[in-house]
Design a protein around this ligand. Structure first.
Ligand SMILES: Nc1ncnc2c1ncn2[C@@H]1O[C@H](COP(=O)(O)OP(=O)(O)O)[C@@H](O)[C@H]1O
Ligand SMILES: [Mg+2]
Length: 453
């Protein structure tokens, strides 16, 4: 059973990432907005202060002669008013009289209407070189005429400094955002590390390579780990009980079944009841085979898959081979492996012994003289081959050989359960198991067993 998991909400990592992105976006966006606001306000104020000063200076420098003629006692202190078309301009006009313009204003004129009150007024107006911030105010000459003082600075200067600042600020904040997201990702990895460890431990547990979860876990998840461990222990107990019950059930059926088979044999021997007798015999023998098979499996430790199994190879072969020598006295078993080989495979020793003795016994029963057992290893697996020089099997026979009760050669003693049990054990432990008939004859049983960690 897998827990529901769909969409981004299912991953803690993604959730954290979303949270960090939101947090960084809000923070950086907020800084960007407020910093540009403050800067614009500040620079505008500075600009206006400066222009206000210029227009006052201009008024101070203008001298009005009694005939209404006006002249500047000296140039304005800012040299930009002298540079042609520099964007800094001034203009002084006397009503129905002279107009004086800054040297920078080669052509065009400023609008006198900007200056229409004794109070300094400012606005954005059309200037000789584009939109300009214009300042102006009026004064009266001694003979009662109005003098208009106007000063204008191209607005693009202000816009340019604001744009420069904004671009530079944006680049810095972008770098900051990248750094924040980067450290955020590292922080996520750091925070989630115990969860990864837990996931690995659970995976190992599931593959039967590890006992209950160990090691310190953060206080937030250690109750979960404890519960999980308690659950594992409970689960093992339940499996154990089920095994015992299955064994007991099969065992209790054995004796009544033996009586039934005995009766069926009598009926089959009697010509009057031969037909139903044979039927009964056939069916009850099939039942007996099933019971023997499941009894063998219930006894096996394979059903309790949770704990870390390990069997030593090749030493596990020693007692098996000495038993085989006694069982099949006229056969020779030869064990072949790299010198000094010693590995541990992830299988319970009694299950591995059972699996190997089924194959060794079959090889002994059907070989003519010699059985060759070869062991080799890869970084992850131990490979075992048990090859005999007997008649072998056809591919069709190999396909069916692992079914319960299937036997092709009734001249040798047997129950037809051996290969069925062997295949069952192999499946439980993820052992790759195949029977092949090599071109040289005989039968070759090959196992590839995962090594214990
Ligand atoms: N090494 C072998 N060589 C030839 N035939 C074999 C070999 N091993 C198994 N078989 C065939 O597969 C059948 C099933 O084997 P098994 O399940 O061990 O049952 P049993 O040994 O009780 O007959 C055997 O009856 C036999 O015909
Ligand atoms: Mg057998």
């Amino acid at each position: 059973m897998t827990a529901m998991s769909s969409g981004p909400a299912s991953s803690l990592r993604l959730r954290f990432l979303f949270a960090i992105l939101l947090w960084v976006a809000l923070g950086i966006g907020g800084i960007w907005y407020s910093a540009t606001r403050v800067f614009i306000k500040h620079i505008e104020l500075q600009y206006h202060d400066e222009l206000y000063g210029h227009v006052r200076e201009l008024a101070g420098l203008v001298a009005v002669a009694p005939d209404g003629h006006i002249a500047l006692s000296r140039p304005l202190s800012d040299p930009r008013y002298l540079e042609p078309m520099s964007g800094f301009y001034w203009q002084v006009t006397v009503d129905k009289g002279d107009t004086l313009r800054s040297a920078s204003m080669l052509h065009g004129a400023l609008d006198d209407n900007v200056a229409h009150s004794p109070q300094v007024i400012h606005m954005v107006d059309r200037g000789p070189t584009g939109p300009a911030i214009t300042y102006g105010f009026t004064r009266l000459t001694p003979d009662g005429r109005v003098i208009h003082y106007v000063i204008a600075t191209d607005k693009r200067y202000l816009d340019e400094s604001i744009a420069h600042f904004t671009i530079e600020l944006s680049l810095w904040l972008l770098a900051l955002a990248v750094a924040l997201i980067g450290t955020g990702v590292l922080a996520i990895a750091f925070v989630l590390k115990p969860l990864n460890r837990l996931g690995l431990a659970v995976a190992e547990l599931r593959s039967g390579r590890r006992e209950p979860l160990q090691g310190p876990f953060p206080t937030e998840i250690s109750p979960l780990v404890d519960d999980l461990n308690a659950y594992i222990v409970e689960n093992q107990a339940i499996i154990e009980r089920a095994r015992v019950q299955a064994g007991n059930l099969a065992h209790s059926l054995r004796t009544p079944l033996a009586v039934i088979i005995d009766e069926a044999e009598h009926l089959a021997a009697n010509p009057a009841t031969q037909e139903p007798g044979r039927n009964l015999l056939h069916q009850s023998e099939a039942m007996a085979q099933q019971i023997e098979f499941h009894l063998a499996r219930a006894r096996s430790a394979a059903m309790a898959k949770t704990s870390g199994h390990a069997s030593p190879v090749p030493s596990i072969f020693l007692p098996l081979l000495s038993a085989m020598h006694k069982l099949h006295r006229d056969r020779t078993y030869v064990l072949h492996h790299p010198p000094g080989l010693s590995v541990r495979v992830a299988v319970d020793p009694s299950d591995l012994s059972e699996l190997l003795s089924i194959l060794l016994d079959n090889a002994g029963k059907w070989s003519r003289a010699r059985i060759l057992v070869t062991i080799s290893t890869t970084p992850t697996h131990c490979t075992i081959g048990i090859a005999d020089d007997g008649p072998g099997m056809t591919p069709e026979q190999i396909d069916g050989a692992c079914a319960i009760g299937v036997r092709y050669d009734e001249t040798r003693p047997g129950s037809g359960l051996g290969l069925a049990i062997a295949r069952d054990i192999a499946e439980v432990y993820d052992i790759a198991f195949e029977l092949v008939t090599p071109p040289t004859g005989g039968l070759d049983a090959r196992l590839s067993i995962p090594l214990a960690p």
